[in-house]
Design a protein around this ligand. Structure first.
Ligand SMILES: Nc1ncnc2c1ncn2[C@@H]1O[C@H](COP(=O)(O)OP(=O)(O)OP(=O)(O)O)[C@@H](O)[C@H]1O
Ligand SMILES: [Mg+2]
Length: 205
């Protein structure tokens, strides 16, 4: 797993957990605290593990298949979801987001947020934020740009290149990971939280 940092791992609840594995964990105010010693000193965790990630795999033989999947996914989106989009350059992340917005009835242009880092949309009563963090470099920019405020429990945040802002981004409810083989793509779907699992469980056939 790309985020795993073995030096910061420890045992918790029977699972081996990396501090950087925050996407596997969900904040719970009532959960007991746990002190862990990481590379940056003692870190106080207030997280509990909900479940092992739920995952499935879909074959996308061509772009039309990606568009068709996006239309199914659009029907089960819930406000506040944080969705990481992983995969190499040209894997299909933006193509999926574009198709998702179109399936929600968005008629405007959906451009890749390569330079703006984020594009904002409203469609079908939902507030969506499309991030592309490929060019994100500076942690201070995270605060200054107000990106943190976009993860407000209402906006659906779709994040390309989340690894570029590891440690700053809130954990994912869902990750969608593209593997490339010419035009064909394999899409891995992982749910990390109850909300994410509820969404993936509801995917129509
Ligand atoms: N099965 C497929 N699903 C999605 N895109 C496909 C597929 N087959 C071919 N393509 C093509 O691959 C390209 C995907 O480009 P896209 O901008 O979506 O990639 P990306 O993952 O967002 O890349 P980047 O990391 O550079 O932002 C498009 O040109 C699209 O037409
Ligand atoms: Mg893209």
């Amino acid at each position: 797993m790309a985020f795993r940092q073995p030096l910061q791992q420890m045992r918790f609840g029977g699972f081996k957990v990396g501090i950087a594995d925050a996407h596997r964990l969900k904040s719970e105010r009532s959960a007991p605290c746990l002190d862990a010693r990481g590379k940056r000193g003692v870190i106080r965790l207030r997280y509990s593990i909900l479940h092992e990630p739920n995952h499935s795999r879909i074959n996308l033989p061509d772009e039309a298949a990606t568009t068709a999947f996006a239309a199914r996914f659009a029907r089960v989106l819930l406000p506040g979801l944080v969705i990481y989009l992983r995969g190499n350059l040209g894997a299909g992340k933006t193509t999926l987001v574009r198709a998702l917005l179109q399936a929600l009835g968005y008629a405007g242009r959906v451009k890749s947020p390569t330079y703006t880092l984020v594009e904002r949309y409203e469609a079908d009563g939902l507030h969506l934020r499309h991030f592309d963090l490929y060019r994100f470099r500076d942690a201070e920019e995270w605060e200054g740009s107000g990106f943190r405020d976009e993860f407000d429990g209402r906006n659906i945040c779709l994040v390309e290149w989340p690894e570029q802002a590891a440690g700053l981004l809130p954990p994912a409810d869902i990750s969608l990971t593209f593997e490339m083989l010419q035009d064909e793509r394999e899409l891995m779907l992982h749910a990390y939280t109850d909300a994410g699992q509820k969404c993936l469980n509801a995917l129509p056939a």
